[in-house]
Design a protein around this ligand. Structure first.
Ligand code: F0G
Length: 389
């Protein structure tokens, strides 16, 4: 196993604490693919089932992965599609896909002998880092945009025992501070620039293949800091390289309109950060995605695309998924369904599509309650109840 720069190709020893290349390029872990095992039998699915693909030896685990893959029977009929699925990552231990990255990332921190970890976060990463570092018995620091983090996520980070530091600024500002802090203060940084995080997240691809028994035509997911789309693509590519699969899916990334520098770059050809990202989907309220180069590469290599959706489309999709399929996801996660609805014309009726929903709806209950007025309470009698029916 080695660390390799995606830009200049320079290689580094993975025993070194390093997040980026000397040239500034993002790093990628190259695992020893000649040693991986074909365990794809559709049974006993958990993240660590794929341990031969995962480049750490220690294991800080809360039993992550093995999330449900649902067939969307009702929505696929409404959308006139043959095969539509959701991979529901909200079913992970802290309620988001970040747990896949953190089980590997915090394990790596221990291997490197680090006893303090840090991240910037729109919420889910902080909750997950706090939980895994609690399990590992190490200290965690999380920087979050003040007032722009969903309540459930904040409560999680607090109760798991992280040092929670709100900052006057957005996620991009917080990440800048975290990168500097990790250099100066000797804390291990576990944002998705850390390539070991993505090694955990690539298992979403493994599970999709393991659960379906085939590779879907399209995978649609929300994009914020752009680590996950890069990770999932890496997972599929590894399966392809070792010959366990013989086709690759198209990767389709969805951003919220007010925070859509990648969707814009895809359409216009040049990447430019958004100075003031804004969206109801606070998880993906990011203007300068750190992994933008990896993400554009994933989309290009997979012949996929990037699209943006409005806050209204996101909230409609959130309601649709809950009320038609019984799956409650947070707004950012609903952008994958919103994206599918927007792109429906570009998808053949008989193509198989997997939507990734990234975080649990209960993390952000306010967004539902703000838009719903409970009726006045009634007297506790059957008569009163009949009157309001
Ligand atoms: N969906 C949810 C629910 C998220 O929390 C995030 C990212 C994304 C999608 C986007 O994933 O960054 O890999 O493109 N949340 C980060 C956080 C930024 O701090 O929790 P990405």
């Amino acid at each position: 196993m080695i660390l390799k720069c995606i830009e200049c190709g320079k290689e580094y020893d993975p025993k070194e604490v390093r997040y980026k290349c000397e040239c500034g390029g993002l790093l990628e872990v190259l695992v020893d693919l000649d040693k991986v095992e074909n365990v794809f039998d559709g049974k006993n699915i958990t993240l660590w089932k794929y341990e031969s693909f995962i480049p750490v030896e220690k294991r800080v685990s809360l039993n992550e992965g093995g999330t449900p893959l649902y067939r969307l029977e009702n929505l696929q009929k409404e959308l006139k599609m043959k095969e539509l699925y959701v991979k529901n990552e909200g079913a992970n231990p802290t309620g988001s896909f970040k747990d896949r990255g953190m089980t590997v990332g915090v394990s790596k921190a221990l291997e490197l002998g680090m006893d303090k970890v840090i991240c910037a976060s729109t919420g889910n990463t902080s909750a997950s880092l706090a939980a895994y570092s609690a399990k590992a018995g190490i200290k965690s620091y999380v920087l979050v945009p003040s007032g722009k983090i969903a309540l459930g996520k904040l409560a999680q980070a607090i109760v798991y025992g992280a040092k929670v530091v709100p900052i006057r600024g957005n996620f991009d500002d917080a990440l800048r501070v975290v990168v500097e802090a990790s250099k100066e203060l000797g804390v291990y940084m576990l944002n998705s620039i850390n390539p070991f995080r993505l090694e955990g997240q690539k298992t979403i691809a493994f599970e999709i293949f393991d659960q379906l028994g085939f590779v879907p035509d399209k995978v649609i997911l929300p994009v914020g800091n752009a680590g996950n789309i890069s990770a999932i693509w890496k997972g599929f590519k590894e399966l392809y390289e070792v010959g366990f699969i013989d086709k690759l899916p198209q990767m389709i990334g969805i951003q919220a309109e007010g925070a859509s520098p990648l969707a814009k770059a895809f359409k216009e050809g040049t990447f430019k950060p958004f100075e003031k990202p804004e969206t109801v989907a606070t998880a993906i309220r990011i203007g300068n995605p750190a992994n933008w180069k990896k993400a554009l590469k994933a989309v290009e290599e997979s012949k996929g695309l990037l699209e943006s959706v409005s806050d209204k489309e996101i909230l409609n999709a959130q309601k649709l998924l809950a009320s038609k399929e019984g799956i409650f996801v947070e707004p950012a996660s609903a952008s994958s369904l919103a994206g599918l609805i927007k792109l429906r014309d570009k998808i053949e009726d008989d193509e198989s599509v997997v939507l990734i929903t990234t975080g649990h709806g209960l993390k952000d209950p306010n967004i539902i309650l703000e838009n719903f007025r409970l009726p006045e309470p009634i007297e506790p009698s059957l008569e009163a109840f009949k009157e309001v029916l």
